[in-house]
Design a protein around this ligand. Structure first.
Ligand code: SF4
Ligand code: SF4
Length: 99
C-alpha cells in the first residue's frame, strides 16, 4: 500500500497505537491538536483505576492521563507526537502495518 500527499509526494502515516500511562502527565496537548477524536482524557483514582473525569461518584482523582478512545480513527498525521513533552506515545508506520 502506498500513500501520498495532495500533489503526489510520498507520505507515510505514523499511527498512534499506545500511550504509556506511567509517563503521560495528562497535559492535554495531544488532544488539542488531534482532529480525529482518537484520544480522551481520563482520571486515575486512589485505587489506580481509570475513571471518567465527569463521574458523579466521589472518586478522588489522583492523576489525569490521556488514553486511546478511537484508535481506528487515527490518520497518522503525527501532530500528537510533535507536541508531547513526555515522550510517552508509540506510533507505528503504515508501511510497517501494511508489510
Ligand atoms: S497521529 Fe494525528 S490523527 Fe493520529 S492520534 Fe495523533 S494527532 Fe490524532
Ligand atoms: S501530550 Fe503526551 S504527556 Fe500530554 S497528555 Fe498527550 S500523551 Fe500525555
Amino acid at each position: 500500500m502506498s500513500f501520498a500527499t495532495r500533489d503526489g509526494r510520498e507520505w507515510t502515516p505514523e499511527y498512534l497505537v499506545s500511550i504509556n500511562n506511567k509517563k503521560c502527565i495528562g497535559c492535554g496537548r495531544c488532544f488539542k491538536v488531534c482532529g480525529r477524536d482518537v484520544m480522551t482524557l481520563k482520571g486515575i483514582n486512589e485505587e489506580g483505576e481509570l475513571v471518567d473525569l465527569d463521574n458523579d461518584e466521589d472518586d478522588e482523582i489522583e492523576k489525569k492521563i490521556m488514553v486511546l478512545n478511537d484508535q481506528g480513527a487515527c490518520i497518522g498525521c503525527g501532530a500528537c507526537a510533535r507536541v508531547c513533552p513526555a515522550d510517552c506515545q508509540t506510533h507505528v508506520s503504515a508501511a510497517a502495518k501494511a508489510a
